[in-house]
Write a protein that binds this ligand. Structure first.
Ligand code: SAH
Length: 208
């Protein structure tokens, strides 16, 4: 398929899967219409890259459904310039969306093969505002903390308090919590405390 055909599929995806379901943040919509999702899926699945579903990326992992990526990114309320931590680089697709909307992205992936592949894809697309780490993201990235926003793309059995502790005052974290039944939880750190709200029932692969 040619790039123009992919671009048209991406425009349709953004309208019918994302805007139609209520995502309104113009920066998020622009990023979804811009980032070439087909460059983050295995070659044999490129024709399905803009479908309304997660897809396998190897090593038993998946690239998240486009709507979920947009929804989670919007929930972080990014205005531009923020420092964002992403736990679970996976394909690197959400990393690219975050790199479009925020200032700097720090991304951690536990499976080396996926981390290297994601980095190659992001480098090829020219994303220079991304920092990479291979390892367990459950403990966050202490040297670079605090973060204005944190996104976790695999489900935590319970609220990861080490990550909450790396949120800046005024910062937001979006994290799927639970084992069988999971919900997407929005954590907001204020001057005096932490507020947690459940937003949506979801199904993510578990954190390893
Ligand atoms: N947003 C990604 C989702 C990838 S799925 C995308 O759209 O491609 C979740 C990813 O989290 C997987 O790649 C998995 O290997 C990774 N992961 C699981 N547990 C982890 C941990 N403890 N630390 C870092 N990454 C982890």
């Amino acid at each position: 398929m040619r790039e123009t055909a992919f671009a048209e599929e991406r425009r349709l995806m953004t309208e019918s899967q994302i805007r139609a379901r209520g995502v309104r943040d113009p920066a998020v919509l622009a990023a979804m219409a811009k980032v070439p999702r087909h460059m983050f899926v295995p070659e044999g699945l490129r024709h399905q890259a803009y479908a309304d579903e997660p897809l396998p990326i190897g090593e038993g992992q998946t690239i998240s459904q486009p709507y979920i990526v947009a929804y989670m990114t919007e929930a972080l309320a990014l205005k531009g310039g923020e420092r964002v931590l992403e736990v679970g680089t996976g394909s690197g697709y959400q990393t690219a969306v975050l790199a479009e909307v925020a200032g700097t992205v720090f991304t951690i992936e536990i499976v080396e093969k996926l981390a290297l592949r994601a980095r190659a894809a992001l480098d090829a697309l020219g994303y220079s505002n991304v920092h990479y780490r291979i390892g367990d993201g459950a403990a966050g990235w202490a040297d670079e903390a605090p973060f204005d926003a944190i996104t976790v793309t695999a489900a935590a059995g319970r609220m990861p308090e080490k990550l909450e502790a790396q949120l800046a005052v005024g910062g937001r974290m979006i994290v799927p919590v639970g084992t069988d039944a999971q919900e997407l939880v929005l954590v907001r750190r204020g001057k005096t405390g932490i507020r947690r709200d459940s937003l949506l029932a979801v199904r993510f692969v578990p954190l390893v």
